[in-house]
Design a protein around this ligand. Structure first.
Ligand code: F6R
Length: 248
């Protein structure tokens, strides 16, 4: 596990985008695992800028998003499908038929979840998974208590997650359930990049990197993966600067 510290949020986000671009250039048919949320907005802005500058092409990329709210149709602007379309997919040369987001309207959610897992396997597995972190240490929507072996499934969102994400719902509460890749799914990615920015993430980052490994902080599961890099700004990284960080 390694940690990259940056003085500002934008520097950390742009460095993450540059790392993704580097991996994409090395493997144009890369399979990306993607996240949504405020943290990722400057990452996608930078990727779009790099594409417009002729630096990178997404033409052969396949992508799988981590999660989606249950009950939101894809055309709802607050769905993660719409968010990805407007922040990245519609702005680059990706083949939208190869961009996958869990179906928030699936009638049989467990059948859909198994199919989603099968599609990831058939694509050859995720080469590079981009992750944010929740204030409560969640990754994807795997809230505290989630089993480290869990696969894609429907979960209940914690009150703190609903409150944090109400910013995207005009201050009202978002749907209370989501479909998310499991921690077990996430840990199968070949490489993981975690971007955490801002003071609201400081405690979660500290717990993830230095606290006891266990389901109370889902992000501690990442210490069981051999190829994880954390990208932090001054505020999120303040609690871990200078500490020795042992993987399990
Ligand atoms: C989003 C996701 C979540 C977010 C996390 C941080 O697809 O899986 O784990 O990464 O909730 O969200 P922001 O970036 O809005 O603070």
């Amino acid at each position: 596990m390694s940690i990259n510290h940056f003085p500002t949020t934008i520097a950390a986000a742009h460095a993450v985008a540059d790392r993704i671009a580097e991996r994409l250039k090395a493997k144009p048919s890369i399979v990306l695992g993607l996240a949504t949320g405020a943290t990722m907005e400057p990452v996608y802005e930078r990727l779009v800028a790099l594409h417009r500058a002729g630096e990178i092409s997404f033409a052969r990329v396949t992508s799988f998003n981590l999660d989606e709210y249950v009950g939101l149709p894809p055309e709802d602007p607050r769905s993660y499908r719409s968010t990805m379309d407007s922040q990245l997919f519609d702005l680059v040369d990706i083949d939208k038929a190869r961009t996958f987001v869990p179906d928030g309207l699936a009638a049989d959610t467990s059948a859909f979840a198994s199919r989603y897992e099968a599609m990831m396997r058939e694509a050859g597995g995720i080469d590079l998974q981009l992750l944010g972190i929740g204030r409560n240490g969640h990754i994807g929507f795997n809230e505290p208590g989630a089993d480290f072996a869990a696969r894609t499934r429907v979960v209940d969102l914690e009150a703190s997650t609903l409150e944090a994400n109400s910013a995207f719902f005009d201050g009202k509460l978002p749907p209370t359930k989501a479909m998310t890749m499991g921690i077990g799914t996430i840990l199968e990615s070949r490489e993981i990049i975690v971007l955490a920015t801002g003071a609201t993430k400081r405690e979660a980052v500290r717990a993830a990197l230095t606290g006891p490994i266990g389901p109370e902080c889902p992000a501690t599961a990442l210490r069981r993966h051999a190829n994880v890099t954390w990208w932090l700004d001054a505020e999120s990284g303040a609690g871990v600067a200078g500490e020795s960080l042992a993987a399990e």
